[in-house]
Design a binder for this molecule. Structure first.
Ligand code: NDP
Length: 253
């Protein structure tokens, strides 16, 4: 599939070391965007950047921990130095750590809140001026947040993860009222089960097994299928904002 209007754009993609973020980065680069790859695993980012360049694209690996203010600020400085201001920011970095709330896993709660919510805000803070300026120049400007269908649907043991995603979804909606009048689009994407590394961090074997069973039963989306929606949304004419996209495997109800 090819998309118009992505060539020449400058994209920042968090969570680009694997899964949805990686697939988004590859697709945007293939469509002619310059892509800054942000995540913590530098080797993965370098390998991906090399692959994108070998395919004729432009990519910059910027090791970043979105839970760390200084790290995000340093990444923004690198992006600005290499590419100038960004006009497309994709928040895909995220962690999902399910456990019954009664286990009191404050460590996991803090990590999810700080990555999935405050992390997205840190990245937004670093690139808001870029997005507003791009839109002010008459160019397309996009913020895309990868939330989850878990923002709406309740799953036992996933309460805190779901709450972080509900917060991100609501944040996306509220941001439209600040950014929309300034021609910056905000798109909130809510995928269902998608084959990535996300579930590999679950530390309870029973919960991990349950989720594996759901994946087998439903047949997950591929990360590339979620990336397709991100590229589609960002390549619409600039007056068209897909505000909210829920994408599920057909068998996930
Ligand atoms: P992955 O685990 O494959 O990707 C998550 C990415 O986030 C990795 O690249 C990881 O890289 C990065 N990341 C994690 N913590 C940090 C951090 N502190 N700083 C910077 N980067 C970080 O899973 P997905 O691709 O599935 O996840 C992408 C998004 O999609 C997440 O927000 C997730 O909640 C959401 N989602 C996923 C679904 C699914 O079924 N897979 C369904 C619905 C939503 P590194 O470890 O190198 O930092």
């Amino acid at each position: 599939m090819s998309y118009e209007n992505l060539a020449g754009r400058t994209a920042v993609v968090t969570g680009a070391a694997s899964g949805i973020g990686e697939a988004v980065a590859v697709l945007l680069a293939r469509q002619g965007a310059r892509v800054a790859l942000l995540a913590r695993r530098g080797e993965r980012l370098e390998r991906l950047a090399g692959k994108i360049r070998a395919d004729g694209g432009q990519a910059l690996a910027a090791v970043t921990d979105v839970t760390d203010d200084a790290s995000v600020a340093a990444a923004a400085a690198r992006v600005h130095e290499a590419y100038g201001p960004a006009d497309l920011v994709v928040n895909a970095a995220g962690v999902m750590l399910p456990n019954p709330v009664e286990r009191g896993r404050l460590d996991e709660w803090q990590r999810m809140l700080d990555t999935n919510v405050t992390g997205a805000l840190r990245v937004l803070r670093a690139f808001t001026a870029d997005l507003v300026a791009a839109a002010g120049d008459g160019r397309a400007a996009d913020l895309v947040n990868i939330s989850s269908v878990g923002a709406h649907v309740t799953f036992a043991n996933y309460a805190v993860y779901g709450a972080t995603k509900a917060a991100l979804t609501h944040l996306s909606q509220c941001l439209r009222s600040e950014f929309g009048p300034r021609d910056v689009r905000v798109t909130n994407v809510e995928p269902g089960l998608t084959e990535t590394e996300l579930r590999s961090h679950i530390d309870d074997p029973e919960l991990s097994g349950q989720l594996d069973g759901m994946f087998r039963e439903v047949g997950p989306l591929a990360a590339e299928e979620v990336a397709d929606l991100v590229a589609y949304a960002a390549s619409r004419p600039r007056r068209v904002n897909l505000r909210q996209v829920v994408v599920l495997p057909t068998r996930q109800v």
